[in-house]
Ligand binder design. Structure first.
Ligand code: KG4
Ligand code: ZN
Length: 344
C-alpha cells in the first residue's frame, strides 16, 4: 500500500459489541470485536451496562485494531499502524442504544479533534448492506439485500454504495427478536436464536404449524408468530417442551425463514434484480442459509453471503461505508449528534 493510501479507522458501538476496524483503500486491514458477556444473565441487552462496557473496551479494541492493521501491512511484529497515517475517523451515528452510540461518537470525535482529521458519521443499517462489498466475490449494482438482525429486518435495493432504498421492513419485531422471543418461550437462554438453530437440526420442520402473518407489500410482521407459539404452548401438558424441543425449534425456524424468503422472492420478482445478498446476525442461521441458496438456484439469482464476522455487528462494515463517504466528501462536524432512530 502506498504512503498516501486512504486509511480510515472506524468505531462501532450501537449495541453490545465494541468494535474497531481499519480499511486501507477500501480493503479491510483489521476488524476487532469485543462481545459483552455481561448481558446473558439478564436475558437481554441492558443499555446502561452496554455503555459502561463500551467505555472499558474502547481503548483496548482500538489499540488492537491498529496493531492488526500494522500486521496486515507487513510492519514489524508489535508495531501499530501509526495514527498519522489515518485520513479520517468514522463512527456509527445511528440507529442504536443512545448511551452506547454516545460512547463511540465521543471517542471518535475526540480522536478526530486531536489528530485534526475529518469525521464520518455512518448509518448502521447502510453498513450492514455494504458488508457485502468486503469479500472479493461481490454483488454488482443494483443488488437487493435482506438485512436480518436482532434489531432490524429490511429488504434494501442498493443502486450504488450511497444510494439505498428501503423496499420493505418489519412493522413490529425483527427476525432476530422473533427467534430470541420464541426461544425464551421454550425456556432457552438469551440470545436463543443460535440455540433454536442447533436444536432445529434434529427436528421435523413440518411437525407443528404456526401462524403466518398477512402483511401487504414487502413489509414483515413477527409479533403474531410469537403469540401463536405462546397460545399453542399454553394448551400443552407439562413436559411437552422438553419432549418435543427439536421439532418445536425446527417448526419455528421453518416459519421464520419462510416469511423472510417469501418476501425476498417477491422483491426480486418486482424489481427484476437477480444479485441478492444477505446481511445481519440472523444470516448465520443454517435454515436461512440453505433456504436462501436453494431459492436462489430456483429463481436464477446470484447469491452473496458475507463471512460471519461481517454479518454480526462489526466496525469493518462501518469502515467500508466510510470509505465511500470519504470519496464523496460526506463528512460531519464535531457537533454531530448520534441518534437512536433509524431515520436521522
Ligand atoms: O446483527 P446482530 O449480531 O446484532 C444486531 O444488530 O441485532 O444480530 C443478533 C441476532 C440475535 O437476535 C441472535 O439471536 C440472532 O442474530 N442469531 C441467530 C443465529 N445467530 C445469531 N438467529 C438464528 N439462528 C442463528 N444461527
Ligand atoms: Zn446490526
Amino acid at each position: 500500500m502506498l504512503a498516501d493510501s486512504l486509511f480510515i479507522l472506524a468505531i462501532e458501538s450501537s449495541c453490545d459489541e465494541t468494535s474497531a476496524a481499519v480499511v486501507g483503500d477500501g480493503k479491510v486491514l483489521s476488524n476487532e470485536i469485543a462481545t459483552q458477556a455481561v448481558h446473558a444473565q439478564y436475558g437481554g441487552v441492558v443499555p446502561e451496562l452496554a455503555s459502561r462496557a463500551h467505555m472499558q473496551n474502547m481503548v483496548p479494541v482500538v489499540d488492537a485494531a491498529l496493531l492488526r492493521a500494522g500486521q496486515s501491512m507487513g510492519m514489524p511484529a508489535g508495531e501499530k499502524l501509526p495514527l498519522d497515517r489515518l485520513k479520517a475517523i468514522a463512527f456509527t451515528q445511528a440507529p442504536g442504544l443512545i448511551g452506547a452510540l454516545l460512547v463511540g461518537a465521543q471517542f471518535a470525535k475526540s480522536l478526530a479533534l486531536a489528530l485534526n482529521l475529518p469525521l464520518i458519521g455512518v448509518h448502521h443499517m447502510q453498513a450492514h448492506v455494504l458488508a457485502n462489498l468486503i469479500p472479493e466475490h461481490q454483488p454488482r449494482f443494483p443488488f437487493l439485500c435482506l438485512t436480518v438482525s436482532g434489531g432490524h429486518t429490511q429488504i434494501i435495493l442498493a443502486r450504488s454504495p450511497l444510494d439505498l432504498e428501503v423496499l420493505g421492513e418489519t412493522i413490529d419485531d425483527a427476525a432476530g427478536e422473533a427467534f430470541d422471543k420464541s426461544a425464551k418461550l421454550l425456556g432457552l437462554p438469551y440470545p436463543g436464536g443460535p440455540l433454536v438453530d442447533q436444536y432445529a437440526q434434529w427436528g421435523d420442520p413440518q411437525a407443528f404449524v404456526f401462524a403466518e402473518p398477512q402483511v401487504p407489500g414487502l413489509d414483515f410482521s413477527f409479533s403474531g408468530l410469537k403469540t401463536s407459539i405462546l397460545y399453542f404452548l399454553q394448551k400443552q401438558e407439562p413436559g411437552f417442551i422438553a419432549q418435543h424441543l427439536p421439532d418445536l425449534c425446527a417448526s419455528i425456524q421453518h416459519r421464520i425463514v419462510n416469511i423472510l424468503l417469501q418476501k425476498l422472492k417477491k422483491a426480486a420478482r418486482q424489481t427484476g434484480v437477480k444479485q441478492i445478498c444477505l446481511a445481519g446476525g440472523v444470516s448465520a442461521n443454517s435454515g436461512l442459509r440453505q433456504g436462501f441458496e436453494a431459492l436462489g438456484k430456483k429463481e436464477g439469482w446470484q447469491t452473496f453471503l458475507p463471512d460471519f464476522q461481517y454479518c454480526t455487528d462489526n466496525a469493518a462494515m462501518i469502515a467500508m461505508t466510510a470509505h465511500y463517504k470519504y470519496l464523496a466528501k460526506d463528512f460531519v462536524g464535531l457537533d454531530a449528534q448520534p441518534s437512536a432512530r433509524a431515520v436521522w
